[in-house]
Design a protein around this ligand. Sequence first.
Ligand SMILES: Cc1cc2nc3c(=O)[nH]c(=O)nc-3n(C[C@H](O)[C@H](O)[C@H](O)COP(=O)(O)OP(=O)(O)OC[C@H]3O[C@@H](n4cnc5c(N)ncnc54)[C@H](O)[C@@H]3O)c2cc1C
Length: 280
Amino acid sequence: MKPAPFAYHKARSLDDALAHLAAHKDARLLAGGQSLIATLNMRLSAPTLLVDINGIAGLDRIEVKGDAIEIGALVRHAQAERSDVIAKHVPLIARAMPHIAHPAIRNRGTLGGSIAFADPAAELPACLLALGGAIVASGPNGTRAIKADDFFKGLFETALSPDEIVTALRVPMARPDSRIGFAELARRHGDYAIVGLAATARTTGEKLADVRLAYFGVGDTPVRARKAETALAEGNIDDAVGALDLSPHDDVQATAATKKHLAGVLLRRVAKQLMEAVHA
Ligand SMILES: Cc1cc2nc3c(=O)[nH]c(=O)nc-3n(C[C@H](O)[C@H](O)[C@H](O)COP(=O)(O)OP(=O)(O)OC[C@H]3O[C@@H](n4cnc5c(N)ncnc54)[C@H](O)[C@@H]3O)c2cc1C
């Protein structure tokens, strides 16, 4: 199908993009276009104006800021995949990146677009949640940071208002005692996951602490399995699997019962990674 007619504006600055969003209530931002263009072509959305943010300088930087890493919204998946800073300081994102779609899509798709689109089966929203990261957004009232825990509100729904632009993702830098785990089950490598799990923890001697288990593909948003987090910190994987408090729906990929079973399988794999992997 072809999209409904729309006007196009290439923004030259953040202020310019914000002004266009403010003036056109049904405008949509265009980043990598890898999700948006499909929704336009299928006429799932019909904005009258597309505001292209690809020409805004400075949104494609990966920077160390204190004990956090800021990843600009326009950083492409492929750029993040190749980044030494991300590999060293945010290894969870480095681990997840090759699972996102295929190289051609990763060359265009942006991290900001993926977070703003908030597909519940996507890897990055779950990684950001597992990392305890934040989304930096600019709007008519200035800039704010929204915790990932508060950002994902419902199916493709976020805490962003229509006149705000994600400018960066902010994630805490991994520490020597940080541990990460990541696993997903997909029909083919590069497909959206049937179920996936991104996790972080710290080690305190033989035990795990601050366990964060963020599932994707099991609900309307990425979901933390909080009871399982507590059980895993107490050291018992069987108890953690038994405590999995997820309520997936049936979808085109699998039934709810299959997803719940697979969530347990992934938890066992990821628990091993958390306990074994040493991030130096
Ligand atoms: C065949 C195929 C397979 C895919 N498989 C996967 C997969 O396995 N895992 C996965 O995670 N993704 C997958 N994707 C999606 C891909 O990662 C997208 O690139 C990503 O979800 C959206 O990023 P984008 O930059 O292309 O955003 P766009 O398509 O440009 O925009 C998506 C939405 O976000 C909004 N938006 C974009 N940038 C901003 C911003 N800075 N601030 C506020 N709103 C913004 C847009 O207005 C739009 O509503 C797949 C895509 C395709 C086509």
